[in-house]
Design a binder for this molecule. Structure first.
Ligand code: GLU
Length: 502
């Protein structure tokens, strides 16, 4: 059976934990290649390792892929011609091919117990290609006698007979030809004694049966490729084209982007799982654009691209084999750009869950008026809470009353400025941005102070902080009643300070 003419690619995660951003990048590249070439993107769940199975992983995976907009054409919940798409529901198939390999003399039963193995457990799947050190003792057993022992109930695994001499060579679409010495390859376990396949057998059988044309996977699997080449050969199947994606390194560029907790300079825990990116308020379109550029580029300067542009421009030729570091600062920057690209309505809708999560009782109408005041100041949606809390608080959090006093002034002067502003604001009609601005600027002139001198005490009085959204809009949205109440409180704070000012 030759490979189909149209591209069929797959993302084949093992449901052992929450989806990591590195995994998402692999899914994205497969998806991009499928969409670019009008092909099919398949999601296959490699869930034969029952020990590492995590029941929370699948819902998290599906949700994460959907959140980024990586829709699959075949797989869980959508079905398809080549299902089932869960390996745990296909175990009968793997046994059948393992037996075929026994019959053709390309595999053998191994009875070695873990106790005999110095180098490791014979059941070990040696997932990522690390040699298990098995000494091939059972390779020379008589095949018929071995089959009889199994028929009598003795426990055995099935191993692939790797060639003992020569080299295995394959072509990697990103790295070129790769050649390894067969002498250093193990006789890998294909079927475990409980009848479950190892990753190697299941992965190869399914890629073949699902008619995969291109394997694109994380570079950590590169060491397993020579075994897969031999397995395809033994089964008499054409191997799909193969590409190993560059590793995603952590921000320092020194180690792999691990699952270990990373903390930013400002104390924030940096996300590594996809769900944490979502919860931190990264927009899926920003993460999409950012991840596409980890290991792939379009030209030497274009970075911000729409989803469609990336689909149109994507190609395997432009994937760089070198490892690429995950730069959070750059992602934040992208995210800020994407945030500012949303309409006020869109941004408000995206912010709403974050505002609710922060415990604020905001209605959409109010938030629609606040959004334009803060959109320039946000790089992540979760920052909204710290930017707008004062709009929703009954009572302002304690602030340092000294902040009410502008430079080169004292408490008495701050009191004078704030009291005049209060009087004016009580009468401004209508209480909107433009009228407030006109009134306050006029007041600064009349009092013969710089506008900033006057605005600082007002800002601190109503927002409880020195750095806050633009003042006139803030006052308008807050409303006269609330603003005056807070200014009165601030005047009280200043009065308490007055003796200090002498
Ligand atoms: N199940 C493997 C994983 O979890 C798939 C590797 C591959 O794509 O071949 O990454």
């Amino acid at each position: 059976m030759s490979l189909p003419n149209t591209v069929r690619v797959r993302f084949a995660p093992s449901p052992t934990g929450m989806l990591h951003v590195g995994g998402l990048r692999s899914a994205l590249f497969n998806w991009l290649f499928a969409r670019h070439s009008g092909g099919t993107f398949i999601l296959r769940i490699e869930d034969t390792d029952r020990k590492r199975y995590d029941p929370r992983a699948l819902p998290d995976l599906l949700e994460s892929l959907r959140w980024l907009g990586l829709d699959w054409d075949e797989g869980p919940e959508v079905g398809g011609e080549y299902g089932p798409y869960f390996q745990s529901q296909r175990t009968h198939l793997y046994g059948q091919y393992a037996r075929q390999l026994l019959d053709s003399g390309d595999a053998y039963y191994c009875f070695c117990t873990s106790a005999r193995q110095a180098g490791g457990n014979p059941e070990q799947t040696s997932h990522r290609g690390a040699a298990t050190g098995y000494d091939r003792r059972c390779r020379t057993l008589d095949a018929r006698a071995a089959a009889e022992r199994v028929a009598e109930g003795e426990s055995a695994v099935i191993r692939l007979k790797m060639p003992l001499e020569g080299r295995t060579t394959f072509h990697d679409l990103i790295r070129g030809d790769i050649s390894v010495d067969n002498g250093i390859q193990d006789d890998v376990v294909l079927l475990k004694s409980d009848g479950y396949p190892t990753y190697h057998l299941a992965n190869v059988v399914d890629d073949h049966l699902m008619r995969i044309t291109h394997i694109m996977r994380a570079d950590e699997w590169i060491a397993t490729a020579p075994r897969h080449v031999q397995l395809y050969k033994a089964l008499g199947w054409q191997m799909p084209a193969i590409a190993h994606l560059p590793v995603v390194l952590d921000p320092s560029g020194k180690g792999k982007m691990s699952k270990r907790k990373k903390v930013a300079a400002d104390g924030r825990v940096l996300p590594v799982h996809v769900r944490d990116f979502r919860e931190a308020g990264y927009l899926p379109e920003a993460l999409f654009n950012f991840l596409a550029l980890i290991g792939w580029h379009y030209d030497d300067h274009t970075e911000l691209m729409t989803r469609q542009e990336i689909v149109d421009r994507f190609s395997i030729e432009r994937i760089n084999p070198a490892a690429a570091a995950f730069n959070y600062a750059k992602l934040d920057n992208f995210n800020g750009v994407y945030i500012r690209g949303l309409t006020v309505e869109e941004l408000t809708d995206r912010l709403m869950p974050f505002v609710v999560r922060a415990g604020f009782h905001a209605d959409r109408q109010t938030l629609l008026r606040i959004t334009p005041l803060v959109r320039e100041r946000m790089e992540r949606l979760d920052q909204i809470a710290g930017l707008v809390d004062f709009f929703f608080a009954e009572q302002l959090a304690d602030y340092d009353p000294l902040e009410l006093i502008p430079k080169k002034a004292d408490a008495a002067e701050a009191c004078r400025l704030l009291a005049s502003a209060r009087e004016l604001l009580a009468g401004v009609e209508p209480f909107d941005h433009d009228s407030i601005e006109r009134a306050l600027r006029g007041l600064a002139e009349r009092l013969d102070v710089k506008a900033g001198q006057l605005f600082q005490p007002i800002r601190v009085a109503v927002c409880g902080r020195l750095v806050a959204p633009p003042l006139f809009g803030t006052l308008e949205v807050m409303g006269r009643e609330c603003a005056l109440k807070r200014i009165d409180q601030a005047l009280g704070n200043l009065a308490a300070l007055a003796p200090l000012a002498g």
